[in-house]
Design a protein around this ligand. Structure first.
Ligand SMILES: [Zn+2]
Length: 391
């Protein structure tokens, strides 16, 4: 059996003189071979990855590791994890936007520097960063955009991603690609790395955990580190001839209650309705349509919308989004940090091009009793077919 040990990344000393070190799980076959890295809870509220890592290590209690080593940092942001928060509470920074870190920077940057140094010194063959986004999502992978000098490692990353068994999309253009951990590993350290999004935050969700565990076993099989009967593939995996790219974090223009008209994994044609926004009386205030032929990767985990609220994560094989349609910096800065990325490519002018319905007029004052208000006749003109999961 492989030898299990715990290493530590030294971070800082607290005011109570307690050492804040990050425990790294190490499984060593004691035979030369690949080094696979698993990483969880860099966003402290994204907990499914922790369970995934525990199960992978448990799996190897009864299964030999044929060669190489597996490293895992199950909780990369224990300070956020304990408070059930995404950010690092020391400086309220999103740690996954500050890699490769800085030994003289902010608290998060210093911690990130220590993490990044530790990881790169182990010379990983592949790095899997386990995150979570939405319960209303299919389990999926985000692959960073690579800089020109890192094209080769970018292709190597896709080689692993294609083996994982989940839908994968390339990151949004214009997003802070250099600063996530996986992007910094690919672009700065030339290490194949990608991000896996497994369900929602703050709860451990069995289907998403299983998807993560199965995908990692695929990678280990691909590297001949484990004897495993066959490659797993998620039934939610979207099959396309070309690589998918994230298209847009779709938003709405009205406050209200969101009624989703599509499901994660569904294929949608350009201009087709994705959701309607209803007011307190159940009347439709806004209809949100698809900006291009695309697939629904995620529906937001909220019932309430405000103008500019993020509603969907979409991906397409050939998104054609003109450069002129990027949002103004003020639109991005006006949003809470978690949703800043959602507005990277918001474009109000799409409204005119893509709205299937007439613009909604201001409502007349109510003249009739509430019971006579008809609310169900306002659905989009084209009947919506029941969605079926994309195979
Ligand atoms: Zn995350």
């Amino acid at each position: 059996m492989a030898a299990f040990s715990v290493d530590t990344i030294k971070c800082l000393t607290g005011v109570d003189l307690a050492e804040h070190n990050l425990p790294v799980m190490v499984l060593d076959s004691e035979k030369e071979g690949p080094a696979v890295w698993l990483f969880g809870a860099l966003h402290g509220d994204e907990v499914n990855g922790v369970e995934v890592i525990h199960r992978i290590f448990k799996f190897f209690k009864r299964q030999p590791l044929k060669k190489g080593k597996i490293y895992a940092l199950p909780i990369a942001n224990p300070w956020g994890f304990e408070l059930r928060k995404r950010e690092n509470p020391f400086d309220l920074l999103d740690m996954n936007r500050h890699f490769p870190g800085d030994p003289e920077g902010s608290t998060s940057e210093r911690i990130n520097y220590a993490i990044f140094k530790f990881i790169t010194e182990t010379k990983p063959t592949v790095f899997v960063d386990l995150h979570a986004d939405y319960i209303g999502a299919i389990p999926h992978i985000i692959v960073d955009r690579v800089k020109k000098h890192a094209q080769e490692v970018g292709e190597k990353t896709w080689e692993f991603v294609n083996k994982f068994g989940l839908t994968a999309s390339e990151e949004l253009e214009g997003y802070e690609t250099e600063k996530s951990l996986s992007a910094a590993l690919v672009n700065e350290a030339k290490i194949p790395a990608f991000t896996v999004e497994l369900g929602g935050t703050n709860v451990i969700s069995e289907p998403f955990v299983r998807a993560g565990v199965s995908g990692i076993k695929n990678i280990l099989k691909y590297l001949d580190m484990v004897d495993y009967p066959k490659y797993w593939e998620s039934e939610t995996k979207i099959k396309t001839s070309k690589r998918l790219k994230l298209v847009e974090y779709v938003t709405c223009n009205e406050s209200g209650i969101i009624k989703f008209l599509v499901k994660p994994g569904q294929k949608v044609k350009e201009n087709k309705p994705l959701a309607k926004i209803k007011d307190v009386l159940g009347r439709t205030r806004d209809i949100v349509t698809a900006p291009a032929d695309c697939y629904v990767i995620a529906c937001t985990d909220t019932a309430v919308s405000f103008p500019g609220s993020f509603l969907f994560l979409l991906a397409a094989e050939s998104p054609k989004i003109p450069e002129s349609k990027k949002p103004k910096p003020s639109q991005i800065l006006a949003c809470p940090p978690k949703f800043q990325r959602n507005l990277q490519r918001v474009d109000k002018t799409w409204e005119g091009e893509t709205k299937a319905e007439e613009p909604l007029k201001a409502e007349e004052p109510l003249k009739e009793p509430l019971k006579e208000i008809k609310t169900e006749k306002e659905s989009p003109k084209e009947p919506l077919k029941p969605s079926k999961p994309t195979k």
